[in-house]
Write a protein that binds this ligand. Structure first.
Ligand SMILES: Nc1ncnc2c1ncn2[C@@H]1O[C@H](COP(=O)(O)OP(=O)(O)OP(=O)(O)O)[C@@H](O)[C@H]1O
Length: 825
């Protein structure tokens, strides 16, 4: 196929794309403003300095043999020298620990009573891979560092083996009598790492009595009682601290990918500092059992972390029961400490923190930049994918970093539309299999990216930044980086978090690049220029400085922190932001107005894996007077999944489908419309997929909604908000017609309880103004209430395009606000 044909094919695809470069919550749209295919002139436009479309044409004459030869060439590993800062000289200890480690792995690899018994050849191969990792020769040093000290700060290049190897190095250490927790920012990484480590250790994963490795992520707890290593998200470890603030189950917590600086990781570091230094009240509950903390990343600010922990060691301990161990692998000297602290910090503090740097990545990654900036990264990505497919040898899957679910769905469609034009019988090109990866997908959908592609097929994974850290997707040799991500930002004027599409930081770009070159040499195509790269911020601004802090403050309060202003944080948010969060929690009745302590209701909210606003909504619905918990759970499940309604496109929406979809609409607004869709789907007993198709509803999203609904029901049962009997009387065959007007109103009142600030009222000029900030807002065109004039509206989120839209909107009455505030909490 010629480039001109390519161009024609691209332009021939009709993509309808709407606005939405900025949205206000998960699952909302983020399409770039320019059409994917608009003005795509492939023949004229050299995209990369070293990579022009003309070259792509040449590759068509390449024989399969050439492809094979090339692929074999790329398989040769190259290692750089390894270094560990101030490497330890404890040879005798090293060999002893090594023996333990080897003995243990032998035992696991050859264990007789283990049902999971991978072939010895596979085990040997895995061991060889492990031994070739840059971190492998440092095993003894790392173990020694923690034998002596409480904290290890470990920096090492992407792919050097931190996440998979460090827990395996440590679990045989004498001090490690409890479990090792390894935290990850995202569940996809926690699950895939657990799977990999279990395989490397030659044991089953999860609950089996032989399993040494498990994982725990939101809505999926796969931990067995004999697990020694547990991968979990930061959120789940914080959740565990609700019942066990001292983390007594663990001997070691490994905080991975700390550079991401999510609010959760910052909170976790604060709690861990209290435990490891013995300065928090909770530390007393460890009764002298030591806790070791490892903080890891490829791009962590080691100095800042060192200072943070040193400061904690310098403070008085809550009780002198935490044993101290003398000696240090790499003692800090005064110049390592913040100037003002160096005098007061005790000697002990100098002996408890080790640092380690592992240099060397597994395979080289060649990076290419655009020669000129692109205005549409989706368009550039589409072009790049097909260039790689023509030019680059197999095997070589492609991982593309984009901004969000909608952009991914559109690009997936665009690729699939292009395939028949490009991958013809004559082209001799392998097939393409496109797989999406973003947070709102179910776990099964997310894990699908790890399955090998069928023969003669190249996988193209379209991902958000959830694939940015920790994961190794087998087969990936090429990364395409849009240079953008959706980043949470608090909007003062609205009093709301928004997700904005922004440039990533250099450290994110490095992480993305690091996803290639993990099993063989790779390439990273950055869809921006070299000079753009140079202007990127070094690190992403910590989330704690950018987001609504109500969840964070509730997390602290629920774990016994009385004075949140005093809580140790790596980066301190403004006092104003903290106060705003406290106020919001007071409004939700989560705090006691007399003393600011957490209320009973606050504790219940904190136990739910939801934002305080959604948690409050659920609690309100469980009140017998409201009696609408099950329908509210259904709606909350929708808000915690991707959009269930497919975009209605002219060409594929026949009258019948439109009519079917319209039947799901409810005049009260989008909340009850979502509910009617969930209930109708749930009551479909024969063919849900077909039902979804007939109603222009996404079957995939609905499956996810059902999954979240099930989990939320279980959690409400655990929290005693829902009884077994109530659940037993639920009949999915009931459709919304059986929900009375008053129940409908109650449902909306519950949402109003959780979102009292998300209200706008009609003003005399016919527009809507928010009651908070008096800002003009319009009902989004996707709403069933679009164009309607109502007394007041309640909305779930904001969307910014050329104007400010409220999305997921329902009609409410202003007097409901008074009614709600008059009622006792
Ligand atoms: N699921 C997997 N399939 C194949 N190889 C894997 C897998 N997981 C890990 N590996 C191999 O182990 C190496 C080390 O992976 P690991 O995740 O431990 O590195 P890391 O240093 O933590 O990287 P990062 O900082 O990018 O998270 C990878 O480069 C890859 O070669």
């Amino acid at each position: 196929m010629s480039a001109t044909k390519d161009s024609a094919a691209l332009q021939g695809q009709k993509r309808k794309r709407e606005e939405k470069d900025v949205t206000s919550k998960k699952g909302s749209s983020d399409k770039p403003s320019v059409s994917i295919h608009k003005n795509l002139q492939l023949a004229e436009k050299p995209v990369y300095k070293n990579l022009q479309i003309a070259e792509a044409l040449k590759t068509q004459s390449k024989t399969k043999k050439q492809r094979l030869d090339n692929s074999q060439k790329t398989e040769k590993p190259k290692f750089k020298n390894l270094q560990i800062a101030e490497s330890q000289k404890k040879e005798s200890q090293e060999s002893r620990e090594d023996k333990v480690q080897r003995g243990e792995s032998q035992k696991h690899e050859n264990g007789a009573n283990r049902p999971h018994n991978p072939p010895a050849s596979r085990q040997n191969k895995l061991l060889q891979v492990r031994q070739s990792l840059p971190i492998w020769p440092q095993a003894a040093n790392i173990r020694n560092a923690l034998l002596e000290n409480h904290v290890l700060i470990l920096a090492g290049e992407t792919g050097s083996g931190k996440s998979t190897q460090v827990p395996q190095f440590l679990h045989t250490s004498a001090w490690c009598t409890g479990r090792i927790a390894v935290t990850q920012p995202r569940r996809v990484a926690a699950v895939s790492l657990a799977r990999r480590v279990a395989e490397e250790m030659g044991t089953p994963l999860g609950k089996s009595p032989q399993a040494l490795v498990g994982y725990n992520v939101r809505f999926d707890d796969n931990v067995g009682k004999n697990n020694r290593i547990k991968f979990l998200t930061e959120g789940m470890l914080l959740q565990e601290m609700l019942r066990d603030p001292a983390l007594t189950e663990y001997s070691c917590v490994v905080v991975d990918e700390v550079h991401e600086r999510s609010v959760n990781v910052d909170l976790l570091l604060g709690f861990l500092r209290g435990l490891v230094t013995g300065t928090s009240e909770a530390a007393k509950k460890r009764k002298g059992k030591p806790l070791k903390v490892v903080v890891m990343s490829a791009t962590a600010d080691t100095e800042k972390l060192k200072d943070f922990f040193s400061e904690g060691f310098g403070q008085p301990r809550a009780e002198d029961s935490i044993p101290t161990v003398d000696g240090s692998v790499q003692p800090l000297d005064d110049k390592d400490l913040p100037a003002e602290k160096s005098q007061e910090t005790s000697v002990a503090s100098l002996n408890k923190i080790s640092t380690c740097f592992v240099e060397g990545r597994m395979y080289p990654v060649q990076t290419e930049y655009l020669s000129e900036p692109t205005r549409d990264f989706s368009e550039a990505a589409l072009l790049q994918i097909f260039q790689i497919h023509r030019k680059e040898p197999m095997p070589g899957d492609i991982l593309v970093f984009l901004t969000g679910g909608d952009v991914i769905t559109n690009l997936q469609q665009a690729i699939e539309d292009m395939i028949p034009n490009v991958i013809t019988k004559d082209s001799g090109l392998p097939k393409l299999l496109v797989l999406p990866l973003y947070a709102a997908l179910s776990q099964a959908q997310q894990q699908a990216i790890f399955s090998p592609a069928p023969p003669n097929t190249r996988k193209v994974i379209l991902a958000t930044n959830i694939a940015e850290t920790s994961i190794t997707v087998p087969g990936v040799r090429f990364v395409i980086d849009s240079g953008k991500a959706k980043i949470k930002q608090f909007r003062n004027r609205l009093g709301l978090d928004s997700l904005l599409v922004k440039d990533i930081s250099k450290s994110s770009a490095i992480q993305r690049q690091g996803r290639a070159g993990r099993e063989a040499a790779g390439k990273c195509f950055r869809l921006y220029t070299k000079s753009n790269f140079e202007t990127l911020e070094k690190d992403t601004v910590p989330e704690i400085l950018r987001c609504d802090l109500s969840s964070a403050v509730l997390t602290m309060k629920a774990r016994g922190v009385h004075d949140v202003m005093d809580f140790p944080l790596l980066t301190r948010p403004s006092r104003e932001a903290m106060e705003r969060a406290l106020l919001q929690l007071l409004q939700l009745d989560a705090l006691n107005p007399e003393n600011g302590n957490i209320s009973e209701l606050g504790r219940k909210i904190a136990r739910l894996p939801l934002t305080p606003a959604h948690g409050r909504t659920i609690i309100a619905a469980a009140d017998p007077e409201m009696g609408c918990l099950l329908p509210v759970i259904d709606i909350v499940a929708c808000f915690n999944s991707e959009n269930i309604f497919l975009e209605v496109k002219d060409q594929d929406a026949n009258d019948e489908a439109r009519e079917a979809r319209n039947k799901l609409s409810r005049r009260q607004g989008d909340h009850l419309t979502l509910l009617s869709a969930v209930q109708a789907y749930a009551s479909e007993r024969t063919d849900r997929k077909q039902w979804a198709k007939q109603h222009l509803v996404s079957h995939r999203s609905m499956q996810n909604v059902m999954d979240v609904r099930k989990q939320l029901r279980a959690q409400c049962q655990q929290a005693k908000l829902l009884t077994k009997e109530q659940l037993a009387t639920t009949d999915d065959d009931d459709d919304l017609n059986t929900i009375s007007e008053s129940t409908g109103n109650n449902i909306l009142k519950c949402f109003l309880r959780g979102f009292p600030a998300n209200v706008a009222r009609l003003v005399p000029d016919g527009s809507y103004r928010t009651i908070h900030g008096h800002m003009a807002v319009a009902i989004h065109p996707s709403s069933v209430l679009y164009g309607r004039k109502l007394e007041a509206i309640l909305y779930n989120e904001f969307v910014y395009t050329n104007r400010t839209y409220a999305r997921s909107v329902s009609a409410i009455q202003m007097n409901w606000l008074e009614e709600i505030y008059a009622a006792p909490a």
